[in-house]
Design a protein around this ligand. Sequence first.
Ligand SMILES: NC(=O)c1ccc[n+]([C@@H]2O[C@H](COP(=O)([O-])OP(=O)(O)OC[C@H]3O[C@@H](n4cnc5c(N)ncnc54)[C@H](O)[C@@H]3O)[C@@H](O)[C@H]2O)c1
Length: 510
Amino acid sequence: MAALPRDATVAVFGAGAMGAGIAQVAAQAGHRVLVFDARINAADDAKRRVGEALAALAAKGKLATADATAAAARVEAIHTPGDAASAQLVIEAIVEDLEAKRELFRQVENVTSPDTILATNTSSISITAIGAELKRPSRVAGMHFFNPAPLMPLVEIVRGLATDPEVEATLHATALAWGKSAVRAQSTPGFIVNRCARPYYAEALRLLAERAADPATLDALMREAGGFRMGPFELMDMIGHDVNFAVTKGVWEAFFHDPRFTPSVHQQELVNAGFLGRKSGRGFYDYAPGAAKPVPATEGPQAAPPHVVVHGDLGPAAALVDRMVARGVLLERRDAHDAFAGGAIAVGGTWLALTDGRTATARAVAAGVGDLVLFDLALDYGTATRVAVARADACGDAALATAVGALQTAGLAVSRVDDVAGLPVMRTVAMLANEAADAVQQGIASPADVDAAMRLGVGYPRGPLAWADAIGLARVRDVLANLALHYGEPRYRIAPRIARRACGGGRLAD
Ligand SMILES: NC(=O)c1ccc[n+]([C@@H]2O[C@H](COP(=O)([O-])OP(=O)(O)OC[C@H]3O[C@@H](n4cnc5c(N)ncnc54)[C@H](O)[C@@H]3O)[C@@H](O)[C@H]2O)c1
């Protein structure tokens, strides 16, 4: 399906943060763009802001001056909805309110041609519901840009139950022609990104509620071991707790209170207190001038072990031992130990193993050993700079020091967290993959689109489905099963696609 022709007029309703950015994207792609806003002067102001943004791009050499000038000249402020009559594509980015959006499209469809596409930038409202009472619900679809629209590469094209496949295809091709990466999604709460990203915040808030570690330590682990650009707490502080809490609550309510999405009381209290994050000067962190930046908890230096024994296959953690060997540690390999089917490292009398979703204490009891230290997942054990450990209740101080020394020898900073099930990075990644797998299973989007959406929409270092494949689906399934057992809550129920493919040997990302 072809993209909207370049000579087609685009109208943008709502000239706020998103509308102005979308107008810029469309103008840069060569369209005449009409901008309307209910607020007096807002459309003219948006035109001015777009002009300034384009001039700044030209000044930085990112755009030819002539192109910037021409694109700015293609943006026109209009002052009544009727002025948008010639538009072939209308994109609304007005207030996030179903009735307001319905009313706007009612007016717009009375003045535009029957072929005009009515696209909504809504983040959370059902596309089906927005289109339902219109004359032509088949012309309505979601075109969900991310903020700031000119910079963020992802656009989710969202179809409602009545959306004409041709409309979806045209919008998809148009987003590509505008230089964006476009993914397709069915209209369900949160679409792809706002749904599949929930566990990133939810697991962090849960870990904090259980006092596994402080925010600075958990953030450092998610960045330095998980490879995420920002830790969940600093990210929530940046997004704003009012916004982040509202999205979580909205998705939870829209899924009829599915415990997968239960919001956090802790975050609600931050909202109640007005501790909204950066914008209010305080959230999880204090942003007052001169406030001390909290540092992650890091174990002090311990002696390097001369010799380690690897039992069985460490799976994704194999590179950890390579790093120890590169630092002169002698390595001996043995068959898997009965108690550690997923592989383990023995350092003297201390056992070190990758988390399988159980606490270290539960696992030590099951294995019949005392000195057990579990370590967390890393995106890449060959390059990670930090890792979390948890020790079993029966594990002595000397054994902990031995385990820490071995990991430090691999070049890792070690953060000890309380003995929580699944450890921070592993349980977060397992739950991200779980949600992504359910979205695919339910036909919301293809595996490739889900992974692309999470990499491009929220900057994850790897799509959650491909990440689960890299960890090994059987391991991910076991982590989820153990979390479900540990908590006894349906929140950790295993996505059918993971359960099935882990047995059948398939991959999630295919
Ligand atoms: N801000 C984000 O990060 C983000 C990201 C993706 C999607 N969205 C969605 O985009 C939409 C706009 O968000 P925003 O952040 O740009 O909001 P905003 O408050 O910055 O801008 C909204 C604009 O719409 C105008 N407006 C309100 N009602 C109107 C009406 N009936 N007719 C014409 N103009 C009207 C307002 O005057 C305002 O200028 C919302 O649906 C939001 O959920 C926002």
